[in-house]
Design a protein around this ligand. Structure first.
Ligand code: GLC
Length: 447
């Protein structure tokens, strides 16, 4: 019984090379649709930002909103490389900051910037340029303006969707008495990550986040961005924010459907719901609940915790997969803490298998998506490509990055040697500062 339930689960979550190839074809179609302004699950948002020259200089502040923490950094760009004299501050985001009103959220952001300036003794008198990393789908209208299309990742502050988020931030900074700070750039975290890496790596042309949410951006020839008005279609290249989390041509299991139905935005962000850290644990929980009801797990007895939505967090999946003890003692301890009285050796193995299946599927979807992005601009992978990547899932989920690389090799054979996946930590904030430098036109220029 237990074996057949697990086998069918394995089949549901398995992603063969053939299936990955069909994901790649789906991506190419949706990318073209999005670039041409036709209906598409990929928004393919023009960012009005190109690759930095590497010569950008000056002092900047960058703020970064979009994950579990709100981060502020100050740094000095010295041309090719970031100086070490930067300060970083992290502020935990509470539910009441992200899920009440926009006014409250932006007051919190501006208030934190004020604290940051004070604590790091940054002068409040002179002019300061700030790069704003805002990691949500934004309809960008210029390098420092854009309206929020919709909140993702559980954010829901009212009165922000449809509004220009730079204008909202500026107003709050003025209200805090720090209007000397000008918001000179608005960037998605993927764009920040790409820009941060390409400051010193000319081969970098893709930026990816796999963390609380997931998304990618890449460098595209402007003439291919057909939805831009003819006057804006200049020669050269521009970074496109794909918002790949919303890709919706994947085969869903009934657990994915269940998760989606209960989510904030049913039908939206389907790839994100199968890949990112915010949802991986919940998918595992739904499977485990099903296995409990089939009496395959925990002798059919469901501990109360397992009935709570979102109780099985992404970190739990990491802990389960990190257990290298021969009798899975760490999994046992984790299950005990979660209310399972005496998890049998069989239970522990099943829990590990569930976490493996869900996270390997996530890695293989990500790999197919990465190959799709690379082959969109370079179908036979003739050039070198550095893929700058950041995010807790990529960095911390045991085995995840290895599975991505393995699947990329499976898909692109020897050419896979031309694709370098580089962990680019905290790139999103640094990148926003570099974009602010480009925008402030200090010494840089957009190519
Ligand atoms: C979500 C957001 C996207 C962001 C990603 C990673 O998918 O919509 O803008 O880049 O999360 O943080």
């Amino acid at each position: 019984m237990s074996l057949s339930a697990l086998k069918s689960l394995g089949r549901d979550f398995e992603l063969s090379k053939k299936k990955m190839r069909s994901i790649i074809r789906g991506f190419h179609l949706e990318m073209d649709n999005g670039l041409s302004g036709r209906t598409s699950s990929l928004k393919m948002i023009p960012t009005y930002v190109g690759r930095p020259t590497g010569r950008e200089k000056g002092k900047y502040i960058a703020i970064d909103l979009g994950g579990t923490n709100f981060r502020i950094v100050s740094l000095t760009l010295k041309g090719r490389g970031v100086s070490s004299d930067h300060h970083v501050m992290k502020f935990a985001l509470r539910k009441r900051d992200i899920a009440s009103t926009g006014k409250r959220l932006f007051k919190f952001l501006a208030g934190s910037v004020k604290t940051f300036i004070k604590e790091n003794r940054i002068s409040r008198l002179g002019h300061i340029d700030l790069g704003f990393t805002f990691s949500f789908p934004v309809n960008q209208t210029g390098i420092a303006s854009g309206t929020l299309v919709m909140w993702t990742k559980g954010f829901s502050a009212s009165g922000v969707e449809g509004r220009d988020v730079v204008a909202l931030l500026k107003r709050s900074l003025e209200e805090e008495g720090i209007g000397n700070i000008s918001v000179t750039a608005l960037a998605n975290d993927t764009v920040g990550t790409l820009v941060a890496r390409s400051y010193s790596d000319r081969d970098c042309d893709v930026g990816i986040i796999i963390g609380t949410g997931t998304n990618a951006c890449y460098i595209e020839a402007i003439r291919k961005v057909r939805k831009l008005k003819a006057g804006r279609r200049k020669p050269g290249a521009m970074i496109i924010n794909m918002e790949w989390g919303n890709f919706n041509k994947l085969k869903l299991t009934r657990y994915d459907r269940q998760l989606d139905k209960k989510s904030d935005k049913p039908g939206a962000q389907m790839l994100e719901k199968m890949v990112s850290g915010m949802y991986l644990g919940e998918t595992c929980r739904l499977i485990m609940k099903d296995l409990i009801s089939k009496k395959v797990l925990f002798g059919g007895i469901s501990p109360a915790e397992f009935n709570k939505e979102m109780f099985f967090k992404g970190e739990f999946v990491s802990q389960v997969l990190a257990d290298r003890t021969h009798n899975l003692a760490q999994i046992k301890a984790l299950l005990r803490r979660s209310g399972v009285k005496d998890p049998s050796p069989e239970d522990r193995k099943i829990v590990r298998r569930v976490c493996e299946l869900v996270s390997i599927r996530a890695a293989r979807i990500s790999a197919a998506a990465i190959v799709a992005v690379v082959t969109k601009t370079d179908p036979s992978i003739r050039r070198k490509h550095t893929v700058a990547i950041d995010g807790s899932v990529y960095e911390k989920l045991p085995g995840f990055s290895g599975k991505i690389k393995e699947a990329i090799r499976e898909l692109s054979g020897r050419s896979s040697g031309k694709i370098r996946i580089m962990l680019t930590k905290n790139g999103s904030g640094y990148g926003a500062a570099i974009i602010a430098a480009v925008a402030a036109n200090k010494r840089g220029s957009v190519r």
